[in-house]
Structures are given as C-alpha cells and as structure tokens.
Design a protein around this ligand. Sequence first.
Ligand SMILES: Nc1ncnc2c1ncn2[C@@H]1O[C@H](COP(=O)(O)OP(=O)(O)O)[C@@H](O)[C@H]1O
Ligand SMILES: [Mg+2]
Length: 366
Amino acid sequence: MTVGIVGAGQLGRMLALAGYPLGLDFLLLDPAPDAPAGRVAPVLHGPFTDAKLLNELSQRSEVVTFDWENISVDALRALKGETRISPPIPALAAAQDRVSEKKLFERLKIPTTRWHAVGSRTQLTRALREIGLPAVIKTRRLGYDGKGQAVVRTPEDAERAWEQLGKAPLLYEEMIPFDCEVSIIGARSPRGEIAVYPLNGNVHSEGILRLTRAPYGPPRWQRLAASYLERVLAHFRYTGILTIEFFVRGGKLIANEMAPRVHNSGHWTIEGAVTSQFENHLRAILDLPLGSTRPRGFSAMINLIGTLPDRDTILAAGEVHLHDYGKSPRPGRKLGHCTVVEGTAAARDRRARRLLAQLAPGVAIP
Ligand SMILES: Nc1ncnc2c1ncn2[C@@H]1O[C@H](COP(=O)(O)OP(=O)(O)O)[C@@H](O)[C@H]1O
Ligand SMILES: [Mg+2]
C-alpha cells in the first residue's frame, strides 16, 4: 500500500520512516533535487503544481497527503475524484490564509487575537486606530518560521512594515503579551476516531520554534485545547493530524494559528509517546485504528537551527535522540532536532536547560 506525499521535506521523511514498520510504501513529490525525504523514499521531481506529476502521484498511491501547507489548493482540487486527499482540502485552504483561519476560529467560538485584514494604507490606518499598538503585521499567506512578519510598536514601525510587506495582502493583529505558548496535536480518522496528544509548551526565538516540552501545563489547559481542537476536527470531518497553536495569557488560551499536518512541536512523540504523530497521521488517513498518544515520560525537543552540533558530542551525552534531516546548513534553517525523555518534569527541565545552553545559547526557558 503506497502513500503519496506532496512535499519531501523533513516531515515527509519522518512520515516515511514511521510508515515502513507498518508495511507501507511511499512516493513523494518535490521540486528540490536534494529534498530530505529523498534519502529514504522515491521522489518525483518537479513543481508542486505539475498536473502530470500530481496525477502520477495519485495514480500510484492509495491516498495523497502533504507535508507542507502552501501547496496549491487548485492543483489538488483538480485531482479530486481520482484519489483520496487527506487532510481535507477545505481545512488546507483555511490554514493557508491567516484571515480565513481567524474567521474559522471565530465561527467555532475559539478565542483568537483581535485582527484586521489590511490591503491598503487606509485599512492600515484603520487597523492602527481600532486595534492599537503594539501589534504584529503578517502576510496573509506563505508565512512560516516567523517569515513575512513584523512587530509594530509605533506608527513609524507600521509604515516600515507596510513598505516591506504591503505588496501582499496582510493581517494586522494585536500583540499578545503571553505568559507562554502551547500547541495541541490530534488525529481524526474517517471512522470518527479521535486521538489527542498531551499539550506542548513551546519556546520560540525570532519566530522559530526552539524548544518544546510535553506534557506541559495544568489539566485545564489540556481540556480547553483539546475541546477547541475537536471543534475544528468535527467541523471539517477531518482526517489526519491537525495542530493548533495558542498563546496563554491569564489562564486563557488564545488561538494563534493552525496547521493541517504533523507539526514541529510534535516531534517529541517519536520517542516520547506510545505512537508518534507521524504514525498516527498515517493510521488516520488510511482509516486504521489510531494508536495510543500516552506519553512515555516527560519529553523535551530542541530544534537544531542553522548549524548542526558535533554528532559525537551530542551522542556522548547519552539518552539523547538525534535527528539529522540531511539538509545543507543555512542561517535560520531547521536542520534537525534532538529529543530527551525523562521520568519527571523537573528532570526534563534540568536536562532541557543544559542542552539549550549547549545547542542554542541565548534561548532561555521561562
Ligand atoms: N500576535 C502575536 N502576539 C505575540 N507574539 C506573536 C504574535 N504573533 C506571532 N507571535 C510570535 O511569533 C511566532 C510565530 O508566529 P506565527 O503566527 O505562529 O507564524 P508562523 O507561521 O511563522 O509560525 C509565534 O509563535 C509567537 O512567538
Ligand atoms: Mg506558528
């Protein structure tokens, strides 16, 4: 049974690695000749919008999924009828545009930031007046790892952000002075089975995820986040893994954005949960029974950004799981991650602090 994946990045690679023990085969599509998943599975090389290649991908696979959310919805729609596409295209479309994402949260009564769509200077002035400062301006589409964003503290900042980003449609939103950030990850299968992971506590630096700890936070946050996630899953009759990121402020969860795919904040589940997010995504899209999301301990996942540390040094620490995605180094690029699983939250935090000092000096745990 072959699973087709549009995108052959590190997420596609970890999906394939999780699927082989289940007897699955993979075929991926990616424009990059050196895409990370190419080391572990066959890749059709060409643009994500190439109708011929997409057709070949769908004809040769049982189900088509994606490891990147900015693929063309139109190109996928053209395939519909010929194959199963999972997660559902409407969920993908909603997640691609920050404005439709905000509208979805509002429609499902999931608290989110106050926001304004900005497509002109007049609208920017109105947003400044109505939402105020400080704020964050983001491109509506194609943003990731903090790219296409500007923090706005003064009207002059807003002017500068407009010069920089204003060629594309924008979202203006209030800046949340959050206590912390969390994300929730869960899977739903066509038969309606749902499996939700323990909450992730996330630390970002310059818009990029640096550290995830899970399980994280009090049971009340877990219940709230899971109930919001389940609303979105039900709304789309969703299939596969879905992630929602939240700001936490004064015990309230405020939805930031969602991702219709396996997520960086869920990488710890490979070693830290009974079933990884990657395996559960595959189980869900193939309508197999979902696996237990029970944590095996207290995990910390640290992203390796820009450069990879010396492999011997990392491994010599013992009990550290290293994941090297096989990508060429570039500033700000996610090249890999490492995970530790400890018996208590305190031991996990101690270990995470030590590893952070070694791998990401300057990133502090609150
Ligand atoms: N409105 C906001 N208030 C406070 N911090 C924000 C806000 N928007 C974004 N950030 C910070 O920037 C990070 C990346 O922004 P996000 O909207 O999640 O975009 P991306 O698609 O790049 O992940 C967030 O995780 C958070 O740390
Ligand atoms: Mg984000």
